[in-house]
Design a protein around this ligand. Structure first.
Ligand code: FES
Ligand code: MG
Length: 585
């Protein structure tokens, strides 16, 4: 049995299970052998966990058994032994009240599965939105060698000969139905054409964004973000990731060597360049928190603002992930940023042992329409806008690339909805006192208020305004929005209404001032009035909304942090390492 003294390699965690000729070693090995594993596999090979979010209820990740097989081939080839294990699968499209509600649950599953098992390193198979942060959070809290393999985006959606993008087309067509521009029949016809292959959303939604975040953080091999799910090169990448993770064990290349402050700065700049999802703001904070990296909401302003959006993908622009890959993918974007002095930490280490810049310095770029030059950007300044003010003391965010430039500075009258049900009940009421200059305000959709902070912030516009041709309005809430959505939407208002934030005190007709560029969000009432309203705020009303019936929901409500803190549980923040626990018998 190999030891660190004789091999010069780091000691293997798995040797604590399989490496002893005694009663314990017998037990650990013997039960594993019922799978047909020969004795030599237990003689000091790195054991590589393949952490799989496969599920038929997560359609975006439903092809992952095949990806796992290719990772296994790579692991075996490099001299490791692969063991695939399932973890909670956060499927965005089916899970209610929102997949965000169970992101932290999945992260706990991942963390404890890694720490408690005979695993020396992990390959994280991720795809659908929340699976990426959940697995990275769990792995970061353990700090073992880790590599991310993403499932890849779906092929372009097709309808009547045109490309249609995941999610984005749903928002657009549903408004066109309401505006009377298309029939319900045409709307329903898009359903099958939108999702016509394995993979994640093909827009720059949260799945694609988080895949790009992983690649720019350096925790995946180059090109991991964009290769389509059904492209054979996706399987090659899985195989090569399996090769590489074995070397990472031997090099003791743990996640903490890669997930540095510098890596997060690169990711923030990348998010602006790709027109990435607002969800990345929450997820990167949560991942950084697990790694012990200090990342503040205002870092998005300091580091991200001033960065042009180069990638012309829906929902901000025109194209889809297939074109993005064919144009050169994320390496081409990173090269373009780096050549123009926009990549803050070129020497950040990545999982292949090279720096981020070494990986992309020669990356080819094939299509300037999809990945635009800096002097012809999709949006001049695509960095996430972070706003503060008496309405959001702990901040709020807005994605400028998906917003209307003319609404970025706006003063309008509030039309207030107490919660999502209230919004749904009244938004299309012909008597609703609203016009195109109004600000739609929705409360009680934050982490505690909705139980998970649902993606309802991009409130559909009132039917009567859509019929008049209105296509965007300022919307404001403590909710999130889908990465596939668009509009001038102020999100993540913190503290949320259900936590007693000032959002709870907004009344119909109040004037709200937004200056997204200047980072200002102001409720135009006297401070005494604001305090008086908050003091009079009916706590029984609020507590009824967040009432708990025990179970995981109660844990969630009692421990979830606010949006500016990444919505992690207070007791999960930090890295607890992967010290081998005591024997089970
Ligand atoms: Fe799973 Fe979009 S719903 S990636
Ligand atoms: Mg999504």
């Amino acid at each position: 049995m190999a030891s660190s003294e004789t091999s010069g390699k780091p000691a293997l965690r798995s040797a604590e299970w399989f490496g002893t000729a005694d009663k314990n070693g017998f037990m650990y090995r013997s039960w594993m052998k019922n799978q047909g594993i020969p004795d030599h596999e237990f003689q000091g090979k790195p054991i590589i966990g393949i952490c799989n979010t496969w599920s038929e209820l997560t359609p975006c990740n439903a092809h992952f058994r095949k990806i796992a097989d290719h990772v296994k081939q790579g692991v075996l080839e490099a001299g490791g032994y692969p063991v695939e294990f399932p973890v909670f699968s956060n499927g965005e499209s089916n899970l209610r009240p929102t997949a965000m509600f169970t992101r932290n649950l999945a992260s706990m599953d991942v963390e404890e599965a890694i720490r408690g098992n005979p695993i020396d390193a992990v390959v994280l198979l991720v795809g659908c939105d929340k699976t990426t942060p959940a697995l990275l959070m769990g792995a970061a809290s353990c700090d073992v060698p880790t590599i991310v393999v993403t499932g890849g985006p779906m092929l372009n959606g097709k309808q009547e000969g045109r490309d249609i993008g995941s999610g984005t087309v749903v928002w657009r067509l549903s408004e066109e139905v309401k505006a009377g521009k298309i029939s319900m029949h045409d709307f329903m016809a898009a359903e099958a054409g939108m999702s016509r292959s394995a993979g994640t959303c093909n827009t720059m939604g949260t799945a694609s964004t988080m895949a790009c975040m992983a690649e720019s953080l350096g925790v995946s091999l180059p090109h991991n973000a964009a290769i389509p799910a059904v492209d054979s090169r996706r399987y090659v990448l899985a195989h090569l990731s399996g090769n590489r993770i074995v070397d990472m064990v031997n090099e003791d290349m743990r996640l903490s060597k890669i997930l540095t402050r510098g890596a997060f700065e690169n990711a923030i700049r990348t998010n602006a360049a790709i027109g990435g999802s607002t969800n990345a703001v929450i997820h990167l904070k949560a991942i950084a928190g697990r790694m012990g990296v200090d990342l503040a909401l205002d870092d998005w302003t300091r580091i991200g603002r001033g960065t042009p959006t180069l990638v012309d993908l829906q929902p901000s622009g025109r194209f889809l992930m297939e074109e993005f890959y064919y144009a050169g993918g994320l390496p081409a974007v990173l090269r373009r940023l780096g050549e123009n002095d926009r990549l803050p930490n070129k020497d950040a280490l990545t999982v292949n042992g090279r720096t981020l810049w070494e990986n992309v310095a020669d990356a080819p770029l094939y299509n300037d329409a999809v990945i635009r030059p800096l002097d012809k950007p999709l949006v001049e300044d695509g960095g996430m806008c972070v706003m503060h003010g008496n309405l959001a003391p702990k901040g709020a965010v807005l994605k400028p690339s998906a917003a209307s430039p003319e609404l970025m500075q706006h003063r309008g009258r509030a039309v207030v909805f107490e919660d999502f049900d209230d919004y749904k009940a009244r938004i299309n009421d012909p008597d609703l006192d609203v016009d195109a200059d109004s600000v739609l305000v929705m409360k009680h959709c934050g982490p505690r208020g909705y139980h998970g902070m649902a993606e309802v912030g991009n409130m559909g516009l009132p039917a009567k305004l859509l019929e008049q041709g209105v296509t965007d309005m300022v919307r404001l809430s403590d909710a999130r929005m889908s990465g596939t959505a668009y509009g001038t939407v102020v999100l993540h208002v913190a503290p949320e209404a259900a936590a007693g934030g000032p959002l709870a005190a907004v009344h119909d007709g109040d004037w709200i001032e937004l200056d997204a560029y200047a980072g200002k969000l102001h409720l135009d009432i006297e401070d005494e009035e604001l305090q008086a309203r908050l003091a009079a705020h009916d706590p029984t009303q609020a507590s009824r909304r967040i009432a708990s019936s025990g179970g995981y929901r109660q844990l969630y409500i009692e421990h979830v942090l606010q949006a500016d803190e990444g919505c992690d549980f207070d007791f999960l923040v930090g890295c607890r390492g992967a010290e081998v626990p005591r024997h089970s018998h």
